[in-house]
Design a protein around this ligand. Structure first.
Ligand code: NAD
Length: 479
């Protein structure tokens, strides 16, 4: 068992956490792989103050300097790809191809913002044309200040990169709090960042759970909180930020649909539905756990999709034939299984799965497919966050649109169809932040990420992700 002697990075120095020790598990086997100490309240405050001190000079760094640092971080991650990938697999149980994608995504995100900085796009002052010749206006993008980045366990490092890279690009300094369930890759990432020579205090790290997060956002130095996680926590953060009007960005949950139109390729529809439901063991805010299938394809889709679900292979994360990882914890798995039972009690029909897989001693469960789940709020309306797909036949495009939009959330949707214009017409009616047409769930740093309604506030990635860490000042002066 590895035991990081340090878990708090404050002002460029590693410290031992002064709070309680917390066991970190390998979800494939259930074994404890590390003990990580929480930060104490004093350490959280020290991290915020260190970021505040560093802000005084980092805010004045030039866009090209920031480009240099972001590029170096991307290089550092790339150089440590093997170690980071292994950590993602040990701490998260991800199959090899999924862990490799996570590292690539983090690298791509740092490179994207390095490039944006190199071009100065959205970072440097620019003139604003005015209808009055006697005055001149200049728009000045400024960093918002010291930011708290609070991230979940399902894509550690990726979610962090989506926040950290634009925050640094904007000229903010940072205190990062990873999930208490998956701190290992984030701790390794800080080592990489420190090794680049980035000025001390620009990035600080504290470990721990909700109390550490609360202490962080309560610190007066924190100007903004960027949070990814559950809606319950997001609402708490928004409420806590209210009295001090701290800026808040929230990336929260989803309840998304994959729509199979009647002119879709059946093979492609099944392949995309498998990815949408079972990638990362369904522990994705973007999981398409509602699968709406044109009635003319319904019987054949069910047969093909159930067979594909049954063909998913659990096993050691690093084994070549493993396609489906475990859930992150026994608690998460048992919660998903309870949802399934609850749904069955309300008339849902189980086609496959629905049980834990105890074989390796970890937190795996069988990929699960149900139909007739529309009367089960636990399956049909709420986020499941496990490898579960609920299938429902549809009789028209209009019905599919109506069902997909009938949700408190609005994060993503997938449309699978033959005729491009028709599929685009369906996409145009969906109240979500991202629609994939006949593609897997591709996410590029160039496109915005975020959702409508209860899926969050604001957008990450692209120039929008940068703006989330900026204030705007206008200078208006006489000619
Ligand atoms: P969570 O809300 O329990 O925890 C997320 C983070 O917040 C963790 O670091 C946790 O320690 C911290 N936290 C918990 N309580 C806190 C508090 N009171 N104050 C401050 N910080 C606190 O979420 P989770 O279970 O780790 O993650 C799963 C959730 O994340 C799902 O609902 C999923 O949809 C969502 N998610 C959304 C996106 C997106 O981009 N929209 C991406 C990934 C995950």
């Amino acid at each position: 068992m590895s035991q990081p002697a340090h878990s708090a990075l404050i002002d460029g120095q590693w410290q031992a956490g002064e709070g309680a020790w917390r066991a970190v598990h390998n979800p494939v086997t259930g074994e404890v792989i590390a003990q990580v100490a929480d930060a104490s309240a004093e350490q959280v405050a020290a991290a915020a103050r260190a970021a505040e001190r560093a802000f005084a000079s980092w805010r004045h760094s030039s866009a090209s300097e920031r480009s240099h640092w972001l590029g170096r971080i991307a290089d550092g991650i790339e150089a440590e790809r093997t170690r980071l990938q292994a950590l993602q697999q040990r701490n998260n149980g991800k199959p090899t191809f999924e862990a490799a994608l996570d590292v690539s995504d983090a690298v791509a995100t740092f490179r994207y913002y390095a490039d944006l900085c190199a071009r100065g796009e959205g970072m440097t002052a620019r003139d604003v044309p005015l209808p009055d010749d006697s005055v001149q206006a200049e728009l000045q993008p400024l960093p918002v200040g010291v930011v708290a980045l609070i991230v979940p366990w399902n894509f550690p490092m990726v979610t962090t990169a989506w926040k950290l890279a634009p925050a640094l690009a904007a000229g903010c300094t940072v205190v990062l709090k990873p999930s208490e369930l998956t701190p290992l890759a984030e701790i390794a990432l800080q080592d990489i960042i420190t090794a680049t020579g980035l000025p001390a205090g620009v990035v600080n790290l504290v470990c721990g759970a909700g109390e550490v997060g609360q202490a962080l956002l309560a610190h007066p130095a924190i100007a903004k909180i960027s949070f990814t996680g559950s809606n319950a926590t997001g609402q708490r953060i928004l409420a806590a930020a209210g009295p001090r009007l701290q800026r808040v960005s929230l990336e929260l949950g989803g309840k998304s649909s994959l729509i199979v139109l009647d002119d879709a390729s059946l093979a492609q529809a099944i392949e995309l539905a498998v990815g949408g439901a079972f990638f990362n063991a369904g522990q994705m805010c973007s999981a398409t756990s509602r699968v709406l299938v044109a009635r003319s394809l319904w019987d054949r889709f069910i047969d093909g999709f159930v067979a594909a679900a049954q063909a998913q292979r659990h096993g050691p994360a690093a084994a070549n034939d493993t396609t489906l990882g475990p859930l992150i914890s026994a608690r998460q798995r048992d919660g998903v299984l309870a949802r399934i039972q609850n749904g069955i009690g309300r008339g849902a029909r189980l086609l496959t799965g629905g049980q834990a897989l105890a074989g390796e001693g970890g937190f795996a469960m069988a990929p699960t497919v149900l139909t007739d789940a529309t009367h089960s709020p636990a399956l049909w309306d709420e986020e499941i966050f496990g490898p579960v797909a609920c299938l429902q036949p549809i009789d028209s495009d209009a019905e599919a649109i109506q069902i997909a939009n009938r949700s408190d959330y609005g994060l993503v949707a997938t449309v699978v169809g033959g005729e491009r214009e028709r599929a685009r017409r369906v996409a145009a009616e969906l109240n979500v932040g991202t629609v994939w047409l006949n593609t897997p769930q591709l996410i590029f740093p160039h496109t915005a990420w975020g959702g409508f309604k209860h899926s969050g506030l604001g957008r990450e990635l692209g120039p929008w992700g940068l703006k989330a860490f900026q204030e705007i000042r206008h200078l208006i002066h006489a000619r």
